[in-house]
Write a protein that binds this ligand. Structure first.
Ligand code: NDP
Length: 246
């Protein structure tokens, strides 16, 4: 007898950490919904990787910061796949727009907070009911060291990530009885497009492990939290930062 299809949604699955999570979900047998905002070519490349890994999926464009657009895209998908339950969501989409608070324009504040914190709400809320009814779900939020420690030049990003950390802990308590876990992963520096403008040689001197993290290592941690083995871990924020901050 064939197993029923398991569905997972990864926001920001077109590149970086999100792409690696999509590939690993595919290898674990998930049908992967690869969300992206604007980079259709890269999202398509992720989908090709998913298929090359022996899995399947589809790309799904919406801006997680836009509530109505996100709700409409998810509702339309659910309409096209009646009875399908997205049982895993990885809230990974995120942006930086660094500057000192003194110089921060309203747009820099709102875009970063709306994407990171608003995106968590916009994407998670419409998926929650199905998980609760199914009595199984995995919500993994990709946050940051910045949301734990706070980093100068990132008051917007620290606020967004710190907000998601608090929301992770609150939601975990709301849904634990229904078999839904909610956890956050807080990476330090990961080698992706997001950090391409940073001076890696200089920054890695501050990292006890002496190197940046690879996106695949973050994906491995996400996969553990998604697995059945992690069913008693919820409301946690797990750092993956090479000893940078403990
Ligand atoms: P990248 O810049 O490599 O990729 C960002 C991804 O997010 C892309 O797929 C992008 O889509 C998508 N995205 C951005 N904004 C939106 C939006 N509004 N709606 C939908 N999708 C969106 O980032 P990383 O892989 O490095 O980062 C992934 C997550 O990890 C982020 O939340 C980031 O804050 C966090 N993180 C990263 C660290 C690092 O050092 N890299 C450290 C700590 C945390 P598109 O391709 O269409 O632009």
């Amino acid at each position: 007898m064939t197993e029923p299809t398991k569905y997972a949604l990864v926001t920001g699955g077109s590149r970086g950490i999100g792409r690696e999570i999509c590939l690993k979900l595919a290898r674990s047998g998930y049908y992967v919904l690869i969300n992206y905002r604007s980079n259709a070519d890269e999202a398509q490349r992720t989908l090709e990787g998913v298929r090359a890994a022996g899995g399947d999926g589809e790309t799904l464009r919406f801006d997680v910061a836009a509530g109505e657009e996100t709700a409409a895209a998810i509702a339309a998908w659910q309409e096209r796949h009646k009875g399908a339950v997205i049982e895993v969501v990885v809230n990974n989409a995120g942006i930086r727009s660094d500057t000192l608070m003194m110089w921060m324009e309203p747009q820099q504040w709102h875009s970063v907070v709306d994407t990171g914190l608003g995106g968590f709400y916009n994407v998670t809320r419409p998926l929650l009911k199905d998980m609760l009814v199914k009595r199984f779900g995995r919500i993994v939020n990709i946050v940051s060291l910045s949301g734990i420690k706070g980093l100068p030049g990132q008051t917007n990003y620290s606020a967004a990530k710190g907000g998601v950390i608090a929301a992770t802990k609150a939601l975990a308590q709301e849904v634990a009885k229904k078999g839904v876990t909610v956890n956050a992963i807080a990476p330090g520096f990961v080698r992706t497009d997001m950090t391409a403008d940073l001076d890696e040689a200089e920054l890695k001197k501050q990292i006890p492990a002496g190197r940046f993290c690879e996106a695949e290592e973050v994906a491995d941690l996400a996969m553990f939290l998604i697995s059945d083995k992690a069913s008693y871990i919820t409301g946690e924020v797990i750092s993956i930062n090479g000893g940078l901050y403990t």
